[in-house]
Design a protein around this ligand. Structure first.
Ligand code: NAP
Ligand code: G3P
Length: 483
């Protein structure tokens, strides 16, 4: 495992057809730290010809891999996980530098990814099939028996976002490999150095040549070539809704799993434990500076509880450490200036429309102070759009009906939180929310990673989560025995 020190400039190449290679024309993308603009490394910008080579190599290697025993696949994944943990500090430091994630969270992501990989390997051993007898159907013949097994789809295109450069890449690659597929891996450009280090660990674990191929390059330049390639048999994408929806229209008959944007509401009733609600909402809204799809991105609070909740939220928000990822600050610089500009514009618009500034609204470069806005109206962009930054709008509602109506009016449907001590009210509201998952008295979040994770409406298509990913990256194969 090359333990590149991240203090040096990391000139990385791609694993293509079993070799670590530069690209043919020498074009490279230089990556800078979002925190301080320092150049930290570069990756090749692949050409269409190299993308074709990657897909072809994955198809060739997959044929042999599909015959590999399940326990051998499991052993490869376990060695991969061990290599990641062994190098968690150096890989965590790269994540920290590349996407400005606080150091402890960056290292935690490496360990979480290793846990995910091991759980996937173990669960993959138990992807049993079915055996159906014809006479179990009314009038069916006993002479027919159906043997149903699971087989790989072929080559999986794994496209990942910047905010979890390891976890949301391995969450596609590990189940793809465990079910016998080949992989073409397109990391987010800002996250590709970390993603390449993850694959270095996989190759060191004994990855068969050509089975996983890295295609770095701007999604806007090579994305369509990848998504429409005839050698791709499944697309597993995590990223923005606009990107994902456009992709779904180009992919044709290729099965897709899309994990997209969110605008998760926290609904707070007047009987809620407000100390617990304030703690959960603060963590849910502001961890990794709000750059999580599952971040709480609006609070819908009953009028009667609003003043007390806002006071508690103010106290917690103002206790958040704002600074640099290497200092383990809670709030760190956003991924780029464009993102910071977008968040700032939403805050300014809401204030112009009469929202009350409770805390924050300060900026130094890409570093924005955690911002709490009260009495936000549904006329404001921040009530509906995904800021992907440290801003939390409070919308006051008259009752649960209004809260449900505003929650469901969103184009998104990822998760929601409901805070109340009335378990009947919690279930009543949860049953009416048009989302993938509802957290009862807890912050919205994906983990633990074996839970099903899905979005509806513009938040996604299909389901992730260990077993669900294994199923979506494989298919049934039926043999009917006729006596
Ligand atoms: P993004 O801009 O949509 O990019 C996601 C990935 O898609 C990147 O690898 C990107 O490559 C690639 N891409 C861009 N254009 C493409 C195209 N035309 N064809 C194929 N691939 C293309 O998203 P992001 O900024 O990385 O992540 C933030 C967004 O992702 C937020 O909306 C967040 O809610 C969402 N997200 C959702 C989840 C979830 O599980 N639901 C998790 C994390 C993030 P480049 O980097 O080269 O542009
Ligand atoms: O945005 C990434 C998504 O997977 C969130 O994960 O565990 O932070 O809720 P988590």
């Amino acid at each position: 495992m090359t333990t590149t020190s991240v203090e040096t400039f990391s000139q990385k190449n791609v694993l293509l057809n079993g070799e670590w290679r530069e690209n043919e024309n020498g074009n490279r993308i230089t990556l800078a730290s979002p925190s301080n603009g320092k150049e930290i490394g570069s990756v090749p910008a692949l050409t269409e010809k190299e993308v074709n080579e990657a897909v072809e190599a994955a198809n060739t290697a997959q044929k042999e891999w599909a015959k590999t025993a399940l326990h051998e696949r499991k052993q490869l994944l376990f060695r991969w996980a061990d290599n990641l943990v062994e190098n968690k500090e150096v890989i965590g430091s790269m994540i920290m530098q590349e996407v400005a994630k606080k150091k402890s969270s960056a290292i935690d992501e490496v360990v979480r990814t290793a846990d995910f990989i091991r759980h996937t390997a173990e669960e993959g051993l138990r992807l049993t099939g079915d055996l159906l007898t014809g006479d179990s159907y009314n009038g069916g013949p006993a002479s027919k028996t159906a043997q149903v097994s699971r087989v790989p789809l072929g080559v999986v295109l794994a496209i990942s976002p910047f905010n979890y450069p390891l976890n949301l890449s391995a969450s596609k690659i590990a189940p793809a490999l465990m079910t016998g597929n080949g992989v073409v891996f397109k990391p987010a450009t800002q996250g590709s150095l970390s993603g390449i280090m993850m694959i270095e660990a996989l190759e060191q674990a004994g990855l068969p040549e050509g089975l996983v191929n890295i295609t770095t390059g701007r999604g806007s330049e090579i994305g369509d070539v990848l998504v429409t390639h005839k050698g791709i048999d499944q697309i597993s994408f995590t990223g923005g809704s606009e990107t994902g929806v456009s992709m779904s229209q180009k992919a044709g008959m290729v099965p897709l799993v899309l994990e997209l944007g969110g605008k998760d509401p926290a609904i707070v009733l007047e009987d809620a434990d407000l100390d617990k609600a304030a703690k959960e909402i603060t963590g849910g809204a502001f961890s990794y500076s709000g750059q999580r799809c599952t971040a709480i991105k609006r609070v819908l609070v009953k009028e009667e509880a609003a003043d007390e909740l806002v006071a508690k939220l103010k106290e917690k928000v103002e206790a958040l450490a704002v600074g640099q990822p290497e200092d383990d600050a809670d709030i760190t610089p956003l991924i780029n200036e464009k993102s910071a500009d977008n968040v700032e514009s939403m805050i300014e618009e809401a204030l112009d429309q009469g929202a009350e500034l409770i805390s924050g609204n300060e900026r130094q470069g890409n570093l924005l102070a955690p911002t709490l806005l009260d009495k936000v109206t549904t006329d404001s962009r921040v009530a509906w759009e995904e800021p992907f930054g440290p801003v939390l709008p409070i919308i006051r509602v008259k009752g649960e009906e209004e809260a449900i109506q505003i929650a469901n009016e969103s184009e998104y449907g990822l998760q929601a939180s409901v805070f109340t001590q009335d378990i009947n009210a919690a279930h009543r509201i949860a049953d009416q929310l048009e989302v993938g998952s509802v957290q009862l008295n807890g912050k919205t979040s994906r983990g633990p990673d074996h839970f099903p994770f899905l979005g509806v409406k513009n938040s996604g298509l299909g389901v992730q989560g260990v077993r669900y990913s294994l199923l979506s990256l494989s298919r049934e194969k039926v043999k009917v025995l006729n006596e």
